[in-house]
Ligand binder design. Structure first.
Ligand code: FES
Ligand SMILES: [Fe+2]
Length: 357
């Protein structure tokens, strides 16, 4: 006899409603640098989701919910046995797929104690994670690749900042580089970025391109090329908002007489919301010149100092916004230089709209 009773899997629901956040779940985000995840359990909040990351015995990455369904202990306080995770509270044990394979007090598995497992992709130097609707994963763009990070001619340095600010504040920061002359006047010493660059938007990517012709090279670009700071040189600066998770930027340093590219500098900014008010900021910088150990150590130290300046500024903006009772009604004026930042906001809005459609 036919029945109208059907078994329907519960529809995926985001941990926070779309109207209360400005980041999409149906998107690949950076969970960690590859070298942060090994045979120790790593717990991390990503998009208000508790995530446990570990490297399996075969070297692949696993990601499951970092919350035991028994009494809510973080599984990161437990231990890794082979490729299974034992909760540190009462010993429930889970496999890499989030299946409960043993409850010590029952001496048996407990299928009802299933937790989520998340798709992950390791692409040097990042581990990407998908935390959204499982049924939508095939319709979202794949994690973007940093081709230069895999190019043997480039040496890279990287770091992570845990920033108390909404992730879009960092996106807008790296899309308006006129801030260099103010925030980084004493670190990067790039003080000639005054005019708005050329802007373009193609699909869901918004970009800028700025050219400097026969202008004095700041030390950060001159020294790795073996040139004196202030040498007149050409610089091509361009960058793109690739996805809500990733921004990339490039500087090609060109000999003004021959037009040859003498050095390539690249930097990427991956930001992953912890929640509405905080983010992980994973940065990677690389270049194909000035690659000695000492030069790279100097690049890393300078970049850390410079990006800490951005952190101070955007954390102060976030704190001010939170205290201002006018909230989103507080005045905000924009100028031509904000073109890419405004496009980025619109692109994120479209990601959100697609998610809730
Ligand atoms: S809370 Fe994990 S086994 Fe009890
Ligand atoms: Fe900056």
């Amino acid at each position: 006899m036919a029945t109208n009773i059907q078994s329907v899997a519960p529809r995926w629901q985001p941990p926070r409603a779309a109207g209360e956040r400005n980041y999409p779940y149906n998107c690949w985000w950076v969970a960690a640098f590859s070298d942060e995840v090994g045979r120790a359990l790593l717990g991390r909040w990503l998009l208000e989701t508790p995530v446990l990351l570990f490297r399996k015995e075969n070297g692949e990455i696993a990601a499951i919910e970092n919350r035991c369904p028994h009494r809510g202990a973080p599984l990161s306080l437990g231990c890794l046995n082979g490729d299974t995770v034992q909760c540190g509270y009462h010993g429930f044990t889970f496999d890499e797929a989030g299946k409960c394979i043993n409850v010590p007090s029952m001496r048996a598995p407990l299928p009802a104690a299933q937790i989520r497992a998340f798709p992950v992709v390791e692409q040097h130097p990042f581990i990407w994670i998908y935390l959204g609707d499982p049924s939508a994963i095939d319709s979202v763009p794949a994690p973007p690749k940093l081709d230069w990070a895999e190019d043997g001619r480039f040496a890279i340095v990287s770091g992570r900042l845990d920033v108390e600010a909404n992730y879009m504040l960092l996106k807008e920061n790296v899309l308006d580089l006129t801030h260099f002359g103010y925030v980084h006047a004493s670190t990067f010493q790039i003080t000639d970025w005054v005019d708005p660059p050329a802007f373009s938007t193609k699909g869901e990517t918004t970009s800028y391109h700025q050219t400097f012709t026969r202008t004095p090279l700041p030390p950060v670009f001159a020294e790795p090329l073996g040139l004196a700071p202030g040498t007149l040189y050409d610089r091509d600066n361009y960058g793109s908002f690739v996805s809500p998770a990733l921004q990339v930027a490039a500087v090609d340093l060109k000999d003004p007489d021959s037009g040859e590219v003498a050095g390539r500098f690249r930097v990427s900014h991956a930001t992953t919301p912890i929640d509405e008010r905080s983010m992980y900021y994973f940065w990677v910088a690389g270049r194909d010149h000035g690659t000695s150990e000492a030069e790279l150590a100097a690049l890393k130290a300078l970049t850390e100092r410079g990006f800490a300046e951005d952190e101070t500024m955007i954390e102060a903006i976030e704190a001010l916004r939170r205290k201002d009772p006018r909230g989103a009604a507080a005045p905000e004026v924009s100028v031509k230089m904000d073109t890419a930042g405004i496009q980025a906001r619109r692109i994120v809005q479209r990601w959100m709209t697609r998610e809730t459609a």
